[in-house]
Design a protein around this ligand. Structure first.
Ligand code: UT7
Length: 399
């Protein structure tokens, strides 16, 4: 993968892509390890000692990857003080979209009233957020767009097999989002390493109705060879961190903070050991949220910022790994001031609220308009005659 100092230039000078806004949303319902022990044969001690997880959040029936992603997105737009109509691109990294299409990004674009934005979902499992930020950053750097909204949103509780104790204890629901904007100020996304090893496709998978063979897996449910995925993860995390820091011209010691995918505390410990880095350099919140797949990195990033762990000019490394198998790492030089000095313009805040409210009204109005035009179409005498003729022709065709 080309470093951010790659050669593409569409119009104007090469720009820098900075993270200027961030937000997260998690469901209110908390499921503790003890709650899980009532569902499958497990216990708090096993889960804590093997994974580091104490509890996770579970979406209610009114929540989905789209609703959680939307909440995280509105929070990120608030921090960046960006209006929905100024967004050029929305990318949602998710494996738990409500539909194959429309994408989760399409739904969020509509709810935000981001009327000038393209929108698509990106499927790279737990590495998806880093892939998506890189896609958006490269579009900004090439000059083809200026503002992107990148979201990682998941409702893993809908795809885990609640009878399988080796996977259902690991996952949770949530969403995180960032706004990326072009700037002439040096820094932002420096470089990225994106990798795939499709030979490991059956180690971690969720088959859809289009699958050729189920091979003992359940349709729409996740299955995982935990031990194999663990070995893969402990190999690629430190390798890709080394690679990406080298590509961006910084030493391992110059990394201020690593924001890893939150899969298992033991994977983070192994990476820290191999890299010779202190565990303090790794952000970990999996004790409270478990593994939220593509949402785990942006949620951890948000919490690290809110806890004051990231300062201007710090070097961050984000690293994701999972189904595919796919993995990705990215270095970012944090380019914006401390969050406390950021104040959204109150007028823009009102404008954002008005745009969201209008977007809701417009969506309802469009549905009504479509329903009404269908009623008119089918109550037209010419269409009724046509429909009768068609029915008769179909009857006559039958043997
Ligand atoms: O986000 C995508 C990336 N995902 C990951 O990175 C996940 C990577 N894998 C892992 O984190 C670990 O492999 C697991 C946490 C999934 C499993 O931990 P492990 O140390 O690899 O355990 P294991 O699968 O080797 O199982 C050890 C024992 C087994 O019993 P026996 O055969 O030794 O008698 C399991 O049956 O633990 C048993 N076991 C459990 N016991 C209590 C498995 N799951 C549970 C459980 N509660 N939930």
């Amino acid at each position: 993968m080309a470093a951010a100092n790659g050669k593409t230039r569409l119009n104007g000078p090469l720009r820098y892509a900075h993270i200027t806004g961030w937000g997260m949303a998690v469901p209110e319902t908390v499921m503790t390890n003890d709650d899980l022990a009532a569902i499958v044969e497990t216990n708090d001690e096993w889960i804590r000692s093997r994974t580091g997880i104490r509890e996770r959040r579970i979406a209610n029936e009114r929540e989905s990857s789209a609703t959680l992603g939307y909440k995280a997105a509105t929070a990120a737009l608030e921090v960046a003080d960006v209006l929905p109509m100024d967004i050029d691109l929305i990318v949602v990294a998710t494996s738990t979209s409500e539909h194959v299409f429309p994408s989760t990004a399409n739904r969020i674009q509509d709810w935000l009233g981001a009327s000038k934005s393209g929108a698509f979902d990106l499927a790279a499992a737990c590495a998806g957020f880093v892939y998506a930020v890189n896609m958006a950053a490269q579009s900004i750097r090439s000059g083809s767009i200026n503002t992107a909204l990148v979201i990682g949103a998941e409702t893993m509780s809908r795809v885990v097999d609640w009878n399988d104790r080796s996977t259902c204890i690991l996952f949770g629901d949530g969403a995180g989002a960032v706004v990326l904007q072009g700037s002439d100020q040096e820094g932002g996304v420096l470089s990225a390493v994106l990798r795939s090893d499709g030979a490991g496709h059956d180690l971690l998978s969720i088959p859809t109705q289009n699958v050729r063979e189920l091979n003992g897996h359940r349709l729409g449910k996740m299955s995982m060879h935990g031990g194999e995925v663990f070995k893969f993860a402990t190999r690629v995390v430190d390798e890709s961190i080394r690679q990406v820091s080298q590509d961006s011209g910084i030493t391992l010691n110059e990394i201020d903070l690593i924001i890893p995918h939150q899969a298992n505390y033991r994977i983070l410990q192994s990476a820290a050991r191999k890299l010779g880095l202190d565990m303090d350099k790794f952000v970990s919140n999996l004790d409270r949220y478990g593994n939220t797949s593509a949402a785990s990195i942006p949620i951890a990033l948000c919490e690290a910022i809110e806890q004051g762990r990231i300062r201007k000019d710090d070097h961050l490394v984000m690293v994701g790994f999972g189904g595919g198998l796919s993995w990705a790492a990215m270095t970012v030089r944090w380019g914006i001031p401390e969050p406390s000095s950021l104040q959204a313009n109150p007028l823009n805040r009102q404008r954002r609220r008005a745009v969201y409210a209008l977007a809701r009204i417009r969506a309802r109005w469009n549905r009504l308009r479509r329903a009404w035009s269908n009623i008119l179409r089918w109550s037209n005498p010419r269409n009724i005659r046509l429909m009768r003729l068609r029915r008769r022709a179909n009857r006559e065709k039958l043997p």
